[in-house]
Design a protein around this ligand. Structure first.
Ligand code: ADP
Length: 489
């Protein structure tokens, strides 16, 4: 507990343009590094979610018809507000999510760019004219928004992923109810509401409902039971994504899922090894391995394997861990003690089964030391499952074909990197990898608002950015016919 409890800010939920406590109960939002209380946040319930869906449904018809120029002004104002509040948001990300300065800066930059780019999406072509074979008939495939989109956002990239959850559907004319992660209710939710409120978004266009740990399901129940909610827009683990997709199937609602990954980084023998070591250290350990795009396995051609892993282990062992608010820190804490236990369990299990620790392998307070494992047996969980921490599995390969085969031998398919000086060869390999994103001569982590980030297989459905128009609109076939026709009966 903090020593100055009176300074801890109490938040309210944001429903229909108003701040409200809702159920009346508050819960403690904890700092993962110090376990101090960062904020006191409403433990919302199903009734709060119901009011939020009502508000979003009522706001929908008008928001769907707001002229593009008006939407543009609102999004651009929101971008300016995020920029103005930059330092405060970076401090909040450190306190609430353990996010060190590098990733916080990246989140801010990408969020602002997303808002600025999305300000123009209302001007994207709203459909096509398609030739009809019926004389005098003029046919259109017209894009129109779905209605209410329920967003469920995670804690790890709290800012950038909350903005993505909200901005993509809003830009195409939907209204949104956002349920942020209980680990980051402010930075993944309420802060977004503060910004859009100040920017002047009309009441009900965005609503944010928060909840205490372990109390997500009643809010999700409301989303699935309400006919006005037409789509579930989720970013989080594949396990939760599977539950939501099953429920969406039963309710015949769309779902957009950005899920986990077991992302391979391939190092070919011709790679620039200095660069490859830097790229691998970043890919494996950025944000303490708590990004869906972190590299989980590095596949290295045998002639350079020993040199590469020795140098990468030295680099990993030198990364400073500790207080995320200290600008020198590169490895912050894991989000909860339970997350730390899971990472330690997976590493210990692999070691007990014969894996070798090249570096790390232990916790350092609430942080886990950057870890590289070799000789991980196929039966160990970490051989093919995402451990959401700073742990990389290293494996030698005989050639690029073997690397591609191993890269594809997982249930996931989010991101991959191929480090080579031969871009043409890298491009040919990239096309054989089953992943939503492949970077040639680069590592696995990247996000640009205009590019279609998303996964295949267990990594999800749907794409972010302007390409999300396909996810957040329906095509309506409209015809108009000149004169009269004749029918067979
Ligand atoms: P993590 O375990 O890393 O928190 P999750 O995928 O469980 O990842 O969490 C991502 C988001 O999904 C959070 O907002 C969380 O509250 C929400 N969530 C978790 N379980 C459920 C569920 N059964 N129904 C709806 N939302 C859920």
């Amino acid at each position: 507990m903090t020593t100055e409890a009176s300074l801890v800010r109490e938040y309210q939920q944001y429903i229909n343009g108003e701040w409200t406590v809702g159920s009346g109960r508050l819960f403690d939002d904890l700092d993962p590094y110090r376990a101090a209380v960062v904020a006191r946040v409403p433990a919302g319930n199903r009734a709060d979610a119901a009011r939020a869906v009502d508000a979003a449904a009522a706001a929908f018809p008008r928001w769907a018809d707001v002229p593009p120029a008006e939407k543009q002004t609102l999004f651009l104002r929101a971008a300016d507000i995020v920029e103005r509040r930059r330092d405060e948001i970076i401090a909040l990300l450190a306190a609430e999510t353990g996010c060190a300065a590098g990733f916080a800066g990246f989140q801010l930059l990408t969020s602002v760019r997303l808002l600025r780019q999305a300000s123009n999406w209302a001007y994207l072509p709203a459909g096509e004219v398609i030739r009809s074979d019926i004389p005098g008939t003029f046919a259109l495939a017209l894009r129109r928004p779905l209605g209410v989109v329920a967003g469920i956002s995670p804690w790890n990239g709290a800012q950038v992923l909350a903005w993505r959850t909200v901005v993509n559907p809003l830009a195409f004319g939907n209204t949104v109810v956002l349920k942020p992660s209980e680990q980051a209710p402010v930075s993944a939710g309420l802060l977004v509401a503060e910004v859009l409120d100040e920017a002047g978004f009309p009441p009900g266009v965005l609503n944010v409902v928060t909840h205490a740990p372990g109390e997500a399901v009643p809010i999700a129940d409301e989303f699935f039971d309400r006919p006005e909610v037409r789509c579930i827009n989720f970013t989080g683990s594949s396990a939760t994504g599977r539950i939501l997709a099953e429920r969406a199937g039963r309710a015949l609602k769309r779902c957009v899922l950005e899920l986990g990954g077991y992302n391979p980084l391939i190092v070919l023998a011709d790679a620039d090894l200095d660069y490859a070591v830097e790229a691998a250290a970043f890919a494996a350990f950025f944000h303490s391995g708590q990004i869906c795009m972190n590299a989980r396995k590095v596949l290295v051609e045998r002639p350079v394997y020993d040199t590469f892993v020795d140098r990468l282990a030295a680099r990993a062992g030198a990364l400073p861990s500790g207080d995320p608010a200290d600008p020198r820190t590169l490895i912050g804490p894991l989000i909860t003690p339970a997350a730390l236990d899971r990472v330690a369990r997976d590493v210990d299990e692999a070691v007990a089964a014969g894996a070798r620790v090249l570096v790390g392998g232990t916790a350092d307070g609430p942080c886990y030391r950057p870890t590289i494992l070799a000789d991980v047996p196929a039966g160990a969980r970490i051989h093919s499952e995402e451990t959401f921490g700073p742990v990389l599995v290293a494996q030698p390969v005989d050639n690029a074909d073997e690397a591609v085969a191993i890269a594809n031998a997982t249930s996931y398919g989010l991101s991959a990197g191929i480090l080579t000086r031969d871009n043409q060869r890298g491009f040919a390999l990239a096309r054989r990898i089953d992943a939503g994103v492949v970077h040639v001569n680069d590592q696995t982590i990247a996000d640009e608002p205009q590019l279609p980030l998303g996964g295949v297989k267990d990594s999800g459905w749907g794409r972010s950015g302007p390409h999300s128009m396909a996810d957040f609109t329906e095509l309506q076939w409209i015809t108009t016919r000149e004169g009269t026709g004749s029918y067979p009966i």
